[in-house]
Design a protein around this ligand. Structure first.
Ligand code: URP
Ligand code: ZN
Ligand code: ZN
Length: 467
């Protein structure tokens, strides 16, 4: 049965414009927008009317970097697809792109099928997958072509984590050459993991076992060097490149230099690098373990370069790299040896609010907020305009956002399946009020009304920034 929903009286914000308009939703899609007070808007009738007076009406967030249930560091990320996508919805995100993992020695197909099975019937919001390449060889290179045809159009490679996900430069070059031919986008974890492992060993030998040493051995220079090397390998291959979780000023400079040359090089940063720092890693009583992730948090001075990169479009996307591990029983695996702390932070629920706070703090405009959190990730990963905007024909993934509601971020009130918040006690202004996913209410005036299984797997086109 056809359902019509009318969102009345809000300020519609997309990456392109801001408009006082009413939004008509029909059969799960945006049917029309009409400027407030026009005859067209007044004539609309609907089964359900949502009053958005004094609120923003924004596209649902697209988080292009999550790790639900990731096996890592001897344990598993603590959010399942069910709990993680529910938390995402609470935070105004209506699409995630999660990373399916290839096990070394196994086919991509096997890893991908395992991820389809994990997510199937569990998600509250729509989802798609990238593929982590842990073992680049002749067979997996051929498989990449099949995955691109199937809608898995991006592949993450690691210059870090030797013995786990690491690829050497030869493997990276081969995967890039393949992606240049098949239209895939290589996503790079750019840190020199071989050098880092030497520094880890030396630090532990000196008795430097606390979480703060995680940040000290994973040096800025080793992020910048790997970023530079990844860019040169992509040039040799004639392939585009997307660098994930950029944290260091010097890495942003490498991206900016490449983009100034006209190369198809893109960069993502994450809220933890914009709002947290090595001060958090240095928190006493092993509390710093809560902030162990890679690339690591950097000294506060790097934040200005990240904000600048977002303003100048040297960085295009803010994703969360949501990879939660509980403090009790998981982060604690690294007591006495920082290298055994599972790497990753929770954040899928906090991204839209933190970036809205950045608007209030003067770092971003409202439209840029929507661009880096919704429209660009959708375009980058072949989901636009189905996702990432409010326009006729788009999926009706819509958030009614209260821009003046105060909130204090806390593990006591969040919905992620993790026993701490990386932003505990932080006060922000702005809060998600209502969330629709394909026209269905998932959050209704701060009450969860969604269900596991509503979220659908969404195959993707190739990157929409490449001709
Ligand atoms: O620390 C992190 N980022 N954990 C997740 C895996 C990755 O490298 O993205
Ligand atoms: Zn990574
Ligand atoms: Zn990640």
């Amino acid at each position: 049965m056809s359902t019509r929903t009318l969102i009345r009286g809000g300020l519609v914000i997309t990456a392109a414009e801001e408009l006082h308009a009413d939004v008509l939703i029909e059969d799960g899609r945006i049917a029309a927008l009409a400027a407030r007070g026009t005859q067209a808007a007044a004539a609309w009738s609907a089964d359900r009317v949502i009053d958005a007076s004094d609120k923003y009406v924004i596209p649902g967030g697209v988080d292009a970097h999550t790790h639900m249930e990731l096996p890592f560091g001897g344990t598993f990320a603590s959010d399942s697809f069910e709990t993680g996508t529910r938390a995402a919805a609470w935070g105004g995100t209506t699409t995630i792109v999660d990373f399916a993992v290839q096990t070394v020695g196994r086919a991509l197909r096997e890893g991908l099928d395992a991820w389809y099975a994990k997510a199937d019937g569990k998600c509250a919001i729509d989802y798609a997958f990238h593929m982590i390449l842990s073992d680049v060889n002749d067979r997996t290179l051929k498989e990449m072509d099949l995955l691109v045809e199937e809608g898995i159009t991006s592949f993450k490679l690691f210059m870090a984590y030797p013995g786990v996900f690491y690829s050497d430069d030869g493997q990276i070059l081969r995967a890039m050459q393949r992606s240049a031919a098949n239209g895939g986008l290589i996503m790079m974890h750019a840190e020199n993991g071989i050098a880092i492992d030497v520094l880890v060993e030396q630090a532990l030998q000196r008795g430097e076992t606390d979480p703060r040493h995680h940040g000290e051995v994973r040096k800025v220079i080793l992020e910048a060097e790997a970023t530079h090397r990844a860019i040169q390998l992509a040039r040799v291959a004639g392939a585009p490149l997307y660098v994930v979780h950029v944290s260091a000023e010097e890495a942003v400079a490498e991206l900016a230099a490449a983009r100034d040359k006209g190369l198809d090089v893109f960069g993502e940063t994450c809220p933890q690098y914009l709002f947290l720092s090595t001060d958090n890693l240095a928190e006493p009583d092993f509390e710093g373990a809560k902030y162990v992730c890679s690339t690591p948090l950097r000294p506060r001075e790097h934040q200005a370069a990240l904000w600048r990169g977002l303003r100048t479009n040297d960085l295009q996307v803010v994703s969360t790299d949501h990879c939660p591990f509980c403090f009790t029983g998981q982060k604690e695996l690294g007591r006495g040896d920082f290298s055994k702390i599972p790497n990753g932070l929770p954040g899928v629920e906090n991204r839209m609010d933190l970036l809205h706070q950045a608007v209030l703090d003067g770092h971003l405009t409202r439209r840029r907020w929507i661009e880096i959190a919704c429209a660009t990730p959708a375009r980058m990963f072949g989901l636009y305009p189905k996702k990432g905007t409010i326009a006729p024909g788009a999926d009706a993934d819509v958030v009614i956002y209260d821009p003046v509601a105060p909130q204090t971020i806390s593990a006591a009130t969040h919905h992620m399946n993790v026993d701490y918040s990386a932003y505990e006690g932080k006060q922000v202004t702005g809060r998600v009020e209502t969330v629709l996913s394909r026209g269905e209410l998932v959050i209704d005036q701060r009450e969860f009304t969604g269900r596991a299984g509503h979220g659908l797997y969404t195959p993707r086109a190739t990157c929409q920034y490449l001709s």
